[in-house]
Design a protein around this ligand. Structure first.
Ligand SMILES: [Fe+2]
Ligand SMILES: [Fe+2]
Length: 154
């Protein structure tokens, strides 16, 4: 039986690695860290798009039940990207507080997805529905991993 949750969890881990790279660079060279942050943002946007296109399109069919209720709680992608945009704009100023705020918001969101949303979705969908979503997710992951700029080794 194939589940969606572990695939998403793996993608979250990739994002964490890229974020760690940014933090490491930020402590050494703020200008260079801006490049790493740009790449991280690109990957995060692609991740959110993947979730929105592949999974959120289910929203009509899951509205009104338990999965539908927690689905509403997943609407914080926009707020997370706005926090990241603030960090990006003010990278040369003091953004340590913002960096922490962003990391906490993303952690909370990802933990909710990993521990609640996707496991519940897996238990709610039948095998056919899961298989078709997994195909969409995987094709988006392949598309992302093949098209990302590699010039700084991410
Ligand atoms: Fe998400
Ligand atoms: Fe996610």
């Amino acid at each position: 039986m194939k589940d969606i949750a572990p695939i998403i969890k793996e993608e979250h881990a990739k994002l964490s690695k890229q974020w760690a790279k940014f933090i490491e660079e930020y402590q050494k060279d703020v200008v260079k860290s801006g490049l790493v942050l740009e790449q991280f943002k690109w990957n995060l946007q692609k991740h959110f798009q993947m979730e929105e296109l592949s999974i959120y399109e289910l929203s009509e069919s899951i509205k009104g039940n338990e999965v539908g209720t927690i689905f509403d709680l997943m609407a914080d992608h926009g707020a997370i990207l706005a926090l990241l945009a603030e960090i990006e704009k003010k990278l040369n100023e003091e953004v340590k507080g913002k960096i922490q705020e962003f990391r906490e918001a993303l952690d909370k969101h990802e933990q909710f997805e990993d521990n609640n949303f996707y496991p519940l979705l897996d238990s709610y969908l039948n095998e056919n529905q899961k298989a078709s979503i997994i195909i969409k997710i995987k094709s988006k992951i392949i598309e992302k991993d093949n098209s990302k700029p590699n010039n700084i080794g991410l």
